[in-house]
Design a protein around this ligand. Structure first.
Ligand code: PEP
Length: 256
């Protein structure tokens, strides 16, 4: 079995033209391990600049541009939204979908997230589907129920076979931006549950889906996390804004 590793940067509502420039220059000669992809997801307005710079500077073909969200609609009267066609026009290859900040601040439901995953897949974009439990849900032993409830509507909408083109990011909400990382044992145990949940629908697909861990990953804890058998890389927030730190995280990733 070979499973690629992915390190994705989620800049959230941070970063500017200068960071795009620094990042592209900083990653230019990076020698990634075999079977590793890097994805940089800045805000929508920086996508064009990042795509152009990556192209001009002939960035490693394993480094891709990603969006932080995408509309489930094809086009039309949806003020403020960005469609899959618009992303494709800018050579964007990935889209983060269902980040916990979208679920909680913008009331995105698992059903709507399922439609977004479908729209992304239909347009040839790779969705990075985010799932994760809150601190209370973990404390009350509801983690597996919550993760299943976040995954099932997407499986129902797109079909398990299509998960071969989906990346899942497990991000415990209590670990995002808090400095509280899940222990590597806890992260592995949860990733193993996610893989088994997918395997109960299709074992072959489950073996191939990259499962990323997200939540306060940094250059000091990435080695231990990425060494776990079911952790295939990370979704990186804060640490992805620092080129040197992000580079170290990218270099720690290996395909399995
Ligand atoms: C995220 O926003 O997806 C994230 C994991 O953030 P941080 O790394 O800052 O916890």
């Amino acid at each position: 079995m070979t499973r690629r590793a992915i390190v994705a940067a989620n800049w959230k509502m941070n970063g500017d033209l200068t960071l795009v420039d620094t990042m592209v220059t900083g990653l230019k000669n990076m020698q990634l391990q075999k079977n590793v992809n890097v994805v940089i997801c800045p805000s929508f307005i920086l996508l064009s600049e990042l795509s152009n710079k990556a192209n001009k500077q002939k960035l490693n073909k394993a480094i891709h541009v990603g969006a932080q969200n995408v509309s489930e609609h094809k086009s039309g009267a949806y003020t403020g939204e960005v469609s899959t066609d618009m992303l494709n026009e800018l050579s964007v290859k990935f889209a983060i979908i269902g980040h916990s900040e979208r679920r909680s601040y913008y009331q995105e439901t698992s059903r709507q997230i399922a439609y977004k995953v479908k729209a992304a897949l239909d347009a040839g974009l790779t969705p990075i589907l985010c799932i994760g439990e809150s601190e209370v849900e973990r404390a009350t032993e509801q983690t597996e129920t919550i993760l299943s409830a976040q995954l099932q509507p997407v499986i129902d909408e797109v079909g398990i076979e299509k998960f071969i083109d989906v990346v899942i990011a497990y991000e415990p909400v209590w670990a995002i931006g808090t400095g509280k990382t899940a222990s590597s044992e806890m992260a592995q145990e949860t990733h193993q549950f996610i893989r088994q949940f997918l395997a109960s629908a299709n074992e072959e697909v489950a073996d191939k889906v990259p499962l990323l861990y997200g939540g306060s990953v940094n250059a000091s804890n990435c080695d231990e996390l990425f060494a776990q058998p079911d952790i295939d890389g990370g979704l990186i927030g804060g640490a992805s804004l620092n080129v040197e730190q992000f580079k170290q995280i990218c270099l720690a990733a290996k395909g399995k």
